[in-house]
Design a protein around this ligand. Structure first.
Ligand SMILES: C[S@@+](CC[C@H](N)C(=O)[O-])C[C@H]1O[C@@H](n2cnc3c(N)ncnc32)[C@H](O)[C@@H]1O
Length: 468
C-alpha cells in the first residue's frame, strides 16, 4: 500500500544518510499503512524536521524540508545562499568535523575494517578549494534560461548560480558574464533528448598556485546550431571583460552520432592554449601544463597531501621500477620518479599523454616514459615485448568505475611486490581490493583523504603488499 498524497506533511527524525549524502528518515504511518523510507536533501543525521512528501521517483520516496523542529548537534549555518537548492554541496549545513567523521565511517563500513583505516586527512581550506567547475545551460518550455548547477534531488533541472563558495570568486564573474552574453543572443541551450540547441555546459579551470585561468564553452556539433563568428567574438569580449585578457578561452564541440562514440573538437578562441599548475610536494615543487580536457585533481591543495601521503606509503619498499596506471598528466609518475629508477605511465587520453611528456621535460625528468591507450590493451602489448621487465610496484588511480577485468588480470600476471591503489570511489576500490586479495595480496593500510569538503565524495588510498 504505497498511497501517498503529494505534499502530505510529516514530522520525521533523520536517522542516516543515503549514499549521495541526503538525509534518510523512516516515516511511520498509521496502521495499516506501512512505514516508508524518505530521502530529504539538506538535512543531517539527528535533525528533527517537518517534510512535505513528494512523488516516488526512480524507486525513491523524496521529501522536501519545510521546517527544522530540533537541529542535530552537528548542524551549522550554511555559508551559501543556494544551500537549500543546490545539488553540489549536500553537507554544507553539517560541521566539518562531522563531515570528516561521516567519511571515515563510510570507508570503515565499505571495507568492513576499522583497524586498517587511518584517520582521514582533512582540508585546511574548506571553501574556495575547487580548481574546476562545470555549469550547465538549460532552458524550459517557456524560454526561461538557466546557467548553473543541478537542483538537489531534481537532476537534471538547473538553477541560476549567483554565488558558489567552492571555487575562486572569479568563477562567478565569468559565469555572470557568459549568462549575460547568452541573454543578448538567440542561441538556445542544448537539449540532450531532442538533440537540438547549441549550449551544453561551461567549464572553468584555475591553476590555483599560479593564478592562471581557463574557460571552455561546450557546444553541440550539430551544424544547424553552430555559433557565428560574431557570437564568438562577443563571447571573447564578455569573458575577457569579466576577468582580463590573460584568460585562456576555448570552444569545445561535441559531435554526437547515434551508435558512435562522441567526437570532440577544440577551437582556441583567445589567451594561452593551456594553464600551468604547480604542486608543492615534499620532494620540491613540480609544474604541470594542463590542456582544456586533461585530467588534473580538482583540489590542488589536497592533491599535494594525497600524493605526498600515497608516495610516503610506497617509498619504504624502495621500488626501482614503477608502473603508474591511469596516470593523467603524469603527476604521480613524476613525483615517484624522484625515488625510483624508472616510471612507466599509461593513460587513455592522448592530450593528457602529450601534457605528461611535456611536463616531464618541463621538470627536467628523464626517467619517466608515457604510453597512450587503454591500460589493459597497452599492458597486453608491452608484456609481449622481449625487453619487457616487470615492475616492483604499481600505482593505479582509475576513474570511478574502478579496474576492468583485463587490468585486474594483468596485475595478477605482473605480480608486483606492492600495489598502491588511489581511488575516488571506495565502493569499486573495495571490490577490486577483494579481487587482488584473492591473488595473494594483503591490505596493509587504508588512508582516506578529504578532497571535497561539503560533499559526500571520498578519495581513498589502499596499500596492498604481496604475501610472498
Ligand atoms: C582519476 S584520474 C587519475 C589521473 C592521475 N593519476 C592524477 O592523479 O592526476 C583517472 C585517469 O584515467 C584515465 N583513464 C580512464 N579510463 C582509462 C583507461 N581505460 N585506460 C587508461 N587510462 C584511462 C582518465 O583519462 C584519467 O586521466
Amino acid at each position: 500500500m504505497e498511497t501517498v498524497t503529494e505534499n502530505e506533511t510529516a514530522s520525521l527524525t533523520i536517522q542516516d544518510f543515503t549514499p549521495k549524502g541526503y538525509g534518510l528518515a523512516v516515516w511511520p504511518r498509521e496502521a495499516p499503512l506501512p512505514a516508508l523510507k524518505v530521502e530529504i536533501a539538506h538535512t543531517v543525521r539527528g535533525d528533527r524536521i517537518v517534510a512535505a512528501m513528494r512523488k516516488k521517483m526512480r524507486g525513491v520516496r523524496k521529501g522536501r524540508l519545510l521546517e527544522i523542529l530540533q537541529p542535530a548537534a552537528c548542524r551549522v549555518p550554511a555559508v551559501c545562499a543556494h544551500a537549500q537548492v543546490c545539488g553540489g554541496c549536500c553537507w554544507q549545513q553539517m560541521s566539518y568535523a562531522a563531515q570528516l567523521a561521516e567519511k571515515q565511517k563510510r570507508v570503515c563500513d565499505t571495507f568492513a575494517n576499522d583497524a586498517l583505516v587511518k584517520p582521514i586527512i582533512g582540508a585546511e581550506k574548506i571553501f574556495g578549494y575547487r580548481n574546476k567547475m562545470e555549469f550547465t545551460f538549460s532552458e524550459n518550455r517557456g524560454g526561461m534560461r538557466y546557467l548553473g548547477l543541478m537542483i538537489a534531488q531534481a537532476e537534471p533541472y538547473v538553477f541560476n548560480v549567483e554565488e558558489c563558495h567552492l571555487a575562486s570568486p572569479w568563477f562567478t564573474s565569468v559565469l555572470h558574464a557568459v549568462k549575460k552574453w547568452w541573454e543578448d543572443t538567440a542561441v538556445c541551450a542544448y537539449h540532450p533528448h531532442r538533440d537540438v540547441g547549441a549550449l551544453r555546459y561551461l567549464t572553468l579551470r584555475e591553476a590555483v598556485r599560479t593564478g592562471q585561468k581557463m574557460a571552455i564553452l561546450n557546444v553541440s556539433g550539430n551544424p544547424e546550431y553552430a555559433l557565428t563568428r560574431s557570437q564568438l567574438d562577443l563571447l571573447v569580449q564578455a569573458v575577457q571583460g569579466a576577468v582580463g585578457k590573460e584568460i585562456s578561452l576555448f570552444l569545445r564541440i561535441h559531435q554526437t552520432k547515434k551508435g558512435k562514440p562522441t567526437q570532440f573538437f577544440e577551437m582556441h578562441l583567445c589567451g594561452p592554449d593551456h594553464i600551468v599548475e604547480e604542486l608543492h610536494l615534499s620532494g620540491g615543487p613540480l609544474a604541470f601544463k594542463i590542456s582544456p580536457i586533461s585530467f588534473f585533481q580538482p583540489n590542488t591543495w589536497q592533491a599535494e597531501k594525497l600524493y605526498d601521503t600515497a608516495l610516503s606509503m610506497l617509498q619504504p619498499f624502495q621500488p626501482q621500477r614503477i608502473f603508474d596506471l591511469y596516470c593523467g598528466t603524469g603527476t604521480l609518475s613524476m613525483a615517484a620518479s624522484r625515488f625510483a629508477k624508472e616510471v612507466v605511465g599509461i593513460e587513455l587520453s592522448p592530450e593528457a599523454v602529450l601534457d605528461a611528456k611535456e611536463n616531464a621535460q618541463r621538470n627536467q625528468i628523464r626517467n619517466c616514459n608515457f604510453h597512450q591507450g587503454d591500460v589493459g590493451k597497452v599492458l597486453t602489448s608491452l608484456m609481449k615485448e622481449s625487453s619487457f621487465v616487470r615492475p616492483d610496484a604499481v600505482i593505479v588511480d582509475p576513474p570511478r568505475a574502478g579496474l576492468d577485468a583485463l587490468a585486474i588480470e594483468h596485475l595478477k600476471t605482473l605480480s608486483p611486490k606492492v600495489i598502491l591503489y588511489v581511488s575516488c570511489n571506495p565502493l569499486t576500490q573495495a571490490e577490486n581490493v577483494q579481487q587482488l586479495q584473492a591473488f595473494g595480496y594483503d591490505v596493509k593500510c587504508l588512508q582516506p583523504v578529504d578532497q571535497f569538503p561539503h560533499t559526500y565524495h571520498i578519495e581513498n588510498i589502499a596499500l596492498l603488499v604481496r604475501r610472498s
